[in-house]
Design a protein around this ligand. Structure first.
Ligand code: SF4
Ligand code: SF4
Length: 730
């Protein structure tokens, strides 16, 4: 991609991707197959422990990178390798072109290297008049199409065999069959000649081992071995983040890399190179080859390593972003991303794709290329859950978004939102005014019958709820009577959606809490949790509301702060402490420690049991909110509640897949949000469930709104609303 595009242009490119039926089916099939394959590959391994080990290895190596690099360089030189540190992408390109010139190399073959993609190496070398041929099948395909890879390890995943057959027919000037085996044969035949005639081979590397000066290359096709051994010159280009102490650490990483990348137990090849190999029979046909570069049998080939910095040293120094360098480039963060599943890598990345691509684009390819991308994230946390490097990807994406806005200026709508959220009284009075103003569009129903003019047609994919006449806070103030001798004392954190849109969800919970003799406080100064501000890159506003909430709950004598909104609970527990670390004098830890999501509180703290009332309704599916299952690790409790309250829980394939809401995400990217939602609703319908339950008002808004709009034959409820009135308390 050459030019920076506007947000509108970006969205229209996304809509093109969404309209590409083959892409959609391929990505969807891959997402489903990957999930199963990964599970199987890790079935007898404690994957979380392994990831922690890998994260620690990478983190230590980054911390000690100066020393390790020194050792690596010295050992590699001893092994006869020429070492070239490259500070920038331009330096690396220039160095490689110079090596080509000095060795009389005109024809270059390459194996897959994301680092080479990062610096746009092919384009640079081709502009110098050199012939560069990718030899990985997928990379060759995208090279012929003059586009970049759409996945870090499966570059041509976006293409059908029919498209590849057309491409190969054009390339070979001969009609080619669309059978995959035949296409592979065509590629093999075409590339063989390139291998034979190549002067120079360029590879990347997955590992650089300080102890021995060795590089390691992990691959599935034999091409990488040919690239490193056939031509008389081998150049390996690698980022300095590939440095590790020894093969021990590399082998540990290799335990996770293929399983996480593609769900394979192992890759076909792992190649270790400790210096140039010997020439057995080197025929030099090219008369332009300098004498020094002509090798006779028995002599060694020429091997060069280009060690690329390109901003990595600065990242390594950054206390927050250093973890970015823990990436092992398996691409799992794309495989599980609901947005990637809908739009593919060309719309969710610049060079690097998926979650890590949203972050590294800022560092390697500039904020102008990252500005749109970082907004295209639902904050679902699926990437973080599988990241082999243990990187907090969703958090860093939000940090980059906020950084970009600080550097370039905040758009008016997010500035306004930030300002309104910071001023609770203003915010709440605006909501009350909106409740009156919406009458013409609700017609007295609980829904907006049509969207106000400010929304485009694309936003009309779900039926939106009306703002309530009487928010929960007013109802609480008027009707709440505390129990005389409460067994437990809690405060409720409502979040704005339940307070002002779905107060009935909180009222249903209040009925249960009353029967359980739980004393409830509802501090009136509580406000929005701040997550919407974070989602829009308004970190300062998120910090301000966090401090307001801490103060609102500070002097309460309560055991827990219960939230019926998984997103609020996760934000308050996981992000709030870091957000206000320098401002809240440790009150934030006390506050966050007390926060507990509703289902966990009911099951673990009240110990509610339910009468076997024999009223089991039909099948009930559960949508596990991203912030509940991944953000808070709450998985079993809602299902206990569903079954115990007389409903029959059924598991759906996509139970833990994002619903596509993501706060401001669904407003910014309604077409993607709609597609993610539809996929989710299809899954529920396929399960035969007549009720879908969830534990987040935002998810209720998305799922219920979509189910209504699409006339689905199931209802959507918050989990607090399904608790039977006959429930007994233990
Ligand atoms: S948080 Fe979810 S939507 Fe965002 S990049 Fe990660 S997987 Fe994709
Ligand atoms: S960020 Fe994590 S999941 Fe994504 S490619 Fe890197 S290691 Fe893999």
């Amino acid at each position: 991609m050459e030019t920076t595009e506007s947000f509108t242009q970006y969205k229209s490119r996304i809509n093109e991707s969404l309209g590409n039926e083959f892409l959609r089916t391929a990505m969807d099939n891959f997402a489903v197959a990957y999930r199963t394959a990964r599970k199987k590959a890790f079935s007898d391994i404690d994957v979380d422990a392994l990831i922690q080990e890998v994260a620690a290895i990478k983190s230590d190596a980054i911390l000690n990178h100066e020393l390790l690099l020194k050792q690596f360089i010295s050992k590699a030189k001893e092994n006869g390798i020429h070492i070239h540190p490259a500070k920038t992408a331009q330096d690396a390109n220039r160095i490689i072109a110079t090596i080509a010139e000095q060795t009389g190399s005109k024809k270059i073959i390459k194996s897959k290297s994301m680092t080479a993609e990062e610096i746009h190496l092919n384009r640079y070398l081709e502009n110098k008049g050199l012939e560069v041929t990718e030899t990985d099948l997928g990379e060759w395909i995208v090279q012929l199409r003059q586009e970049g890879p759409s996945h870090m390890v499966m570059p041509a995943i976006h293409l059908s065999r029919y498209q590849v057959a057309d491409l190969f027919s054009k390339e070979t000037r001969k009609d080619q069959s669309n059978e995959i085996e035949k296409l592979v044969k065509v590629a093999r035949k075409q590339l063989r000649e390139k291998f034979v005639k190549a002067d120079m081979g360029i590879t990347g590397a997955n590992y650089a081992l300080a102890q021995t000066g060795t590089i390691g290359i992990v691959s599935n096709e034999g091409n990488a071995r040919l690239v490193t051994t056939w031509p008389r010159v081998h150049v390996a280009l690698l980022g300095i983040d590939k440095i590790l102490p020894s093969i021990i650490e590399a082998l540990t990483i290799n335990k996770v890399l293929p399983k996480n990348a593609t769900g394979q137990a192992i890759t076909s090849y792992v190649t270790w190179i400790t210096g140039p190999s010997e020439c057995k029979n080197m025929a030099i046909e090219n008369k332009n080859v300098p004498t020094a570069s002509i090798k006779k049998p028995g002599q060694k080939r020429e091997m060069h390593i280009v060690l690329l910095d390109n901003g990595r040293k600065a990242i390594a120094e950054d206390p927050l972003f250093a973890q970015v360098l823990q990436c092992v480039r398996g691409g799992a963060c794309a495989n599980v991303c609901p947005v990637y599943r809908m739009v593919g890598g060309h719309s969710l990345g610049y060079v690097y794709i998926g979650a890590i691509g949203l972050i590294t684009t800022y560092f390697f390819h500039g904020r102008e290329n990252a500005a749109n991308l970082v907004q295209n994230c639902t904050n679902c946390g699926a990437c973080k859950a599988v990241c082999a490097g243990g990187i907090n990807l969703p958090y860093l994406i939000k940090e980059i978004h906020s950084k970009i806005l600080d550097e370039t200026g905040h758009p008016l709508k997010s500035l306004l939102l930030g300002k309104v959220l910071k001023n609770r009284k203003l915010f709440h009075s605006l909501l009350r005014t909106a409740s009156l103003a919406q009458k013409p569009v609700t017609g007295g129903t609980p829904y907006l019958r049509h969207l106000p003019m400010i929304f485009s047609k694309e936003h009309n994919f779900r039926t939106l709820p009306a703002i309530t006449d009487t928010p929960f806070r007013d109802r609480f103030k008027k009707h709440y009577k505390p129990p005389a001798n409460p067994k437990l004392k809690i405060a409720v954190f409502s979040g704005c959606v339940q307070d002002f849109v779905y107060p009935e969800q909180l009222e249903a919970a209040m009925a249960l809490l009353k029967r359980a003799d739980v004393g409830v406080a509802f501090p009136m100064d509580q406000s929005c949790c701040g997550l919407p501000a974070m989602m829009m890159g308004e970190k300062q506003a998120a910090r301000d509301v966090a401090l307001q909430n801490i103060n609102a709950f500070k002097d309460l004598d309560v055991d827990y702060i219960v939230s019926l909104c998984a997103s609020c609970a996760s934000h308050l527990k996981n992000h709030l402490p870091d957000l206000v670390r320098d401002y809240a004098q440790n009150d934030q830890e006390i506050f966050s420690d007390k926060v507990i999501p509703f289902s966990r509180f009911v099951v673990d703290k009240i110990g509610v049991t339910f009468e076997e009332n024999g009223q089991a309704s039909g099948k009930t599916a559960f949508h596990s909110p991203c912030h509940l299952c991944r953000g808070l690790g709450v998985k079993k409790e809602p299902k206990i509640l569903i079954n115990a309250s007389g409903h029959q829980y059924v598991k759906t394939d996509e139970e833990e897949t994002c619903c596509g809401f993501g706060g401001s995400f669904s407003a910014n990217f309604p077409t993607i949000s709609n597609e993610i939602l539809t996929r989710k609703l299809d899954d529920v319908e396929n399960s035969g469930a007549d009720l879908l339950v969830t534990e987040c008002p935002g998810c209720v808004m998305q799922l219920r709104g979509g189910a209504l709009k699409q006339n689905r034959n199931f209802k959507v409820k918050h989990i607090s609303e399904i608790i039977q009135p006959t429930s007994k308390l233990s």
